[in-house]
Design a protein around this ligand. Structure first.
Ligand SMILES: NC(=O)c1ccc[n+]([C@@H]2O[C@H](COP(=O)([O-])OP(=O)(O)OC[C@H]3O[C@@H](n4cnc5c(N)ncnc54)[C@H](O)[C@@H]3O)[C@@H](O)[C@H]2O)c1
Length: 442
């Protein structure tokens, strides 16, 4: 018998607009990748929504559809792109400047990329010290800028006959901000917008505009942005999903793959030293201590949560964890991340693991943008709202409901994501414990 879906899911019909504040390396690699996939000149590798499968029922049932055939997701053909930046370059020029994808590939999709022209960004140098853009909205308060962003979105929807929109922040990392009184409820936040409150960063203005319009918002950078009580309140009011923060790529991805394995085998950790060199604009922005602090906070919390030193003091108490990011222009987007991991085993005997990950940041981030956009749209069509914790899989520093610690273990996150999809469709959740377990082993 067919399982009955637990949730009413509106169909994935019509056009989906995916808008990115920030049209730099990640955003343009994402856009180009979707267009290239549509044209059959590339594969969306790394994307769960495009290439992933999901096991349903018992192993003996042999039911393993593609995720995109299991839950209704927007087809890549029906995606329309837009975005904001503080530089005027269209997506083709920007992708050429970023140098992530080869010119030959970009030239094959040049007209499509050239058609994606950014709207003027909401920007203030106080929040990203290393950037100087001249393509920015001027002559208003933060409240006015929020209205302008909403107008951009509405115009985009009207012109392109777009049915639904999702926003994924792909802008630069802003300085470290802590939640303050102005972030605590929506009334204070709106007052703060009108009074140009300094604790309201540009990314929050986009997030406000999105949530106000009922548009799902995912934050790919470590900025506070959408991770404040005022926005949880607004999301509830407008029934809008939100998620964040900081795409889980590169070194932290490796960390959340390796650390759960060490913990599972009860191997101790004395220290984990991580250093990176990268030479893209993101690297330049992170060269500023205030932006780096935001990133550092996001990267450091991972091990603590996975290893649970409070439960395993003999193994993980006082391990030393350091993360460095060094701006090194010759490398461009091709980052190199080194990890030195000092572990110990039986009777405390020390061992070392060295990881040298020659990774491509935006190549790892692009499929995350696509999956987040499609899953956030699914969430909206399921009438899910507020923090979408089941999407923690994609984030370095997952936003969680107040009072709960975030789950960082990639494998637990993966199970949670897939079980959420099973739940939505009324399929049994898979815990890898058969019902006949006891019978089996007796
Ligand atoms: N690439 C990765 O693996 C990865 C992983 C995690 C997080 N991130 C984060 O994603 C973001 C984008 O990374 P990237 O490599 O594309 O950086 P990038 O510097 O190439 O692109 C960021 C773009 O945002 C624009 N921008 C900055 N502030 C803006 C604003 N207020 N409004 C509109 N545009 C604005 C910049 O002009 C730039 O074009 C960064 O915050 C980065 O830290 C990237």
């Amino acid at each position: 018998m067919e399982n009955q879906p637990k949730v009413n899911i509106a169909p994935a019909e019509g056009r989906l607009g995916i808008l990115t504040p920030g049209m730099g390396a990640v955003a343009t690699t994402f856009m180009a990748g979707v267009i290239a996939t549509r044209k059959g000149i590339g594969l969306p590798i790394g994307s769960l929504t495009q290439m992933g499968t999901i096991r349903l029922g018992k192993r003996t049932e042999h039911r393993t559809p593609l995720i995109k055939d299991f839950v209704p997701l927007v087809d890549l053909e029906n995606i329309y792109f837009g975005g904001w930046d503080i530089f005027k370059d269209d997506a083709y020029q920007s992708a050429m400047n970023c140098g992530v994808l080869e010119k030959e590939l970009l030239n094959q999709i040049k007209p499509e990329l050239e058609a994606i022209k950014p709207w003027k960004g909401v920007f203030n140098k106080d929040y990203v010290k290393k950037l100087d853009g001249d393509y920015i909205k001027t002559g208003g308060s933060k409240w006015d800028y929020a209205q302008m962003v909403m107008e951009d979105i509405q115009q985009f929807m009207d012109t392109n006959k777009i049915d639904r929109v999702v926003i994924v922040w792909c802008g630069s990392t802003e300085i470290y901000l802590k939640p303050e009184a102005v972030h605590q409820d929506i009334k204070s936040f709106e007052k703060g917008l009108k009074e140009d409150h300094p604790a309201i960063a540009p990314s929050m203005i986009y997030a406000y505009a999105a949530l106000k319009m009922g548009i799902p918002f995912a934050n790919g950078a470590p900025n506070l942005t959408v991770d404040i009580p005022a926005f949880y309140e607004l999301a509830k009011e407008t029934k809008t999903p939100l998620a964040g923060k900081d795409f889980k790529t590169g070194q932290t991805l490796m960390k959340t793959i390796l650390a759960p394995g060490l913990k599972a085998r009860l191997l101790g950790l004395a220290g984990w030293f991580s250093t990176n060199i990268l030479g893209n604009r993101d690297g330049e922005v992170l060269d500023d201590p205030e932006s780096f602090k935001t990133k550092e906070e996001s990267k450091l919390s991972v091990l603590e949560q996975i290893l649970q030193p409070e439960l395993y003091p003999d193994l993980y108490k006082d391990f030393y964890h350091k993360v460095r990011i060094n701006y090194y222009p010759p490398r461009g987007d091709n980052k190199e991340g080194w990890d030195n991991v000092d572990i110990f085993g039986w009777l405390g005997y020390p061992m070392q693991i060295k990881i040298d990950f020659l990774c491509r940041d935006s190549i790892l981030a692009a499929p995350i943008v696509l999956d987040l956009a499609l899953f956030m749209d699914l969430a909206k069509r399921c009438e899910f709202h507020g923090i979408q914790e089941w999407l923690s899989f994609y984030f370095k520093s997952p936003t969680t409901p107040p009072g709960l610690y975030p789950e960082h273990d990639l494998f637990i996150q993966h199970m949670k994501l897939k079980n959420t999809l099973r739940y939505i469709k009324g399929e049994e959740q898979i815990t890898h414990l058969g019902a006949d377990y006891y019978e089996f082993y007796r």
